[in-house]
Design a protein around this ligand. Structure first.
Ligand code: 5AD
Ligand code: SF4
Length: 478
């Protein structure tokens, strides 16, 4: 392409995002701001004018990866001193100046509550030739209002080009967390729980639908604790919000993650049952199947309570699927307590479970109070055992779909598709059922973003495989 002599060449931004959906959305918002500031995205780190890492602190491993990435780009900065390097997100809030100590070539360190300032901080760092740090107040550093307002909300900026796909978007309904599970760093780095005003959320959903978004995933650390009180006393719960979002034209599917077991109220379950656009899929982490461990985790429920909640959920929403998170090897987890978790997984028949080895986090209650006393090999073994059990259950449940037809929202080309030489024009597409199961099938790319009927022919633990049911196919099979 010919150079445009009149315009300034745009600066190149390389951004890497790790961690949860909150981070994916945060990166979208940062990119939107930086585009206004003359940046365009690149996937080639060598040609970047700015390299940003949006980081996660939930487990040590995620932090180690960022510190080694920072080590790798040290030479790049030496060769190109004008290169800007930024560490954003949870690790920035947690480690603050430690990042600059360990990686002095970093220019900006910006916590998740200060991301709107990224463009300004990049400019100041350059002008003053001095690293810039912008973080929110620690939870104990002031009144709740002061701490809360140090976590900025700038969700109205959106940038379609960095979304998971053009028709899928995240929408934040709340920020922060007040549960303080003893193992978890999130309440410290993402600040106090705040629900956003419903009018703003609905307006954002309309804007997203206007950009072609068909599937909206509402996100919050404990999304089902969402509650917004208007000055006149009226309260909007998540169930009310779902009903309002259901009316937004163009939106075809609505999901919400992640749920806290204690806040799974009947009004919410009934909303999922009664609103056809809402996915019949609930992610509600149990974390452990042992009451003693749950108590040490300060999860504020017992296994009995969790299982009653699950029974109520399944009774209210037929055809729903449930997924969970588990931490294995938490402080004091004996073989006996682990076996109780195995029992819970056997009984619960989750669609899938995300299983993590406990990773002690500085600044959490568990790290202060309990010894990390389960050896790494035991954590690994328990992780493996639980995953194997879950995969076997997922496979059994997926096999139930074989021979059935299901409606699928087509998300994109299947990751396993490789266009080989002599490619015959048929893509493998991937999408999800109403209960969030992944379905892979042959079909043309133009189906992406559409709802199609698929007959399931085979299944693995994570995927259903099938064929699109079309008029011709039905006719030829008669
Ligand atoms: N160690 C391991 N896993 C953790 N999680 C949160 N904190 C930790 C930790 N310190 C897991 C929980 C949570 C998921 C997002 O990450 O299972 O639900
Ligand atoms: Fe962390 Fe618990 Fe809050 Fe989830 S509910 S973000 S695990 S403190």
């Amino acid at each position: 392409m010919a150079d445009q002599p009149t315009s300034h060449p745009r600066k190149k931004l390389y951004i890497e995002t790790v961690g949860c959906q909150m981070n994916v959305l945060d990166s979208e918002l940062v990119v939107a701001r930086l585009r206004d500031d003359g940046y365009e995205l690149t996937t080639d780190i060598e040609e970047a004018d700015a390299i940003l890492y949006n980081t996660c602190s939930v487990r040590q491993h995620a932090e180690d990866k960022i510190y080694s990435a920072l080590g790798r780009i040290k030479q790049l900065k030496k060769r190109k001193p004008e290169l800007s390097i930024g560490v954003l997100g949870c690790m920035a809030q947690k480690d603050q100046n430690l990042i600059l100590k360990r990686a002095p070539h970093v220019d900006i360190v910006v916590g998740p509550g200060q991301l709107a300032r990224v463009p300004e901080l990049l400019t100041i760092a350059k002008a003053e030739a001095k690293p810039q740090l912008a973080v929110s107040l620690a939870r104990t550093a002031g009144s709740r209002d002061d701490v809360t307002s140090s976590f900025d909300n700038y969700d109205s900026d959106r940038e379609p080009s960095v979304r998971p796909s053009p028709f899928q978007a995240y929408l934040r309904v709340m920020m922060g967390c007040d549960k303080f599970c003893t193992y978890c760093i999130v309440p410290s780095v993402r600040g106090p729980e705040q629900s956003r005003p419903p009018d703003g959320i609905v307006a954002e959903a309309r804007a997203l639908a206007g950009q072609g978004v068909k599937e909206i995933t509402l996100i919050g650390q404990t999304v089902n604790s969402y509650k917004f009180r208007e000055p006149d006393g009226r309260t909007t719960r998540l169930s009310d919000l779902l009903a309002r979002l259901h009316d937004v034209e163009g939106v075809e599917r609505i999901k919400f993650i992640t749920n806290f077991p204690n806040d799974m109220t009947d009004d919410l379950l009934q909303a999922v049952r009664d609103l056809p656009k809402v996915s019949r899929y609930i992610h509600v982490p149990a974390q452990s199947g042992c009451d003693l461990v749950l108590k040490r985790m300060k999860r504020m429920y017992t296994v009995g309570f969790y299982e009653d909640m699950l029974a109520r959920l399944r009774e209210t929403i037929p055809g729903s699927s449930v997924s969970s998170d588990f931490i294995v090897g938490f402080c004091g987890e004996t073989d006996e307590s682990f076996q109780k978790t195995v029992g819970l997984v056997e009984r619960s028949r989750f669609k899938n479970s995300f299983i993590f080895k406990y990773s002690p986090r500085t600044g959490t209650k568990a790290d202060d109070l309990f010894a990390d006393d389960v050896p790494e090999e035991v954590k690994k073994r328990r992780n493996h055992e639980l995953l194997e059990l879950q995969t076997a259950i997922s496979l059994e449940d997926n096999m139930e779909f074989v021979g059935r037809e299901t409606t699928v929202l087509v998300e994109g080309r299947s990751r396993s598709t490789t266009r080989r030489e002599g490619w015959d024009g048929v893509d493998q597409l991937s999408g999800r059922t109403h209960c969030d199961r992944i379905v892979v099938f042959d079909g043309p790319e133009r189906l992406i973003g559409r709802m199609v009927q698929v007959r399931i022919e085979n299944a693995s633990g994570v995927t259903l495989f099938g064929q699109v049911v079309t008029a011709e196919r039905i006719a030829s099979s008669v």
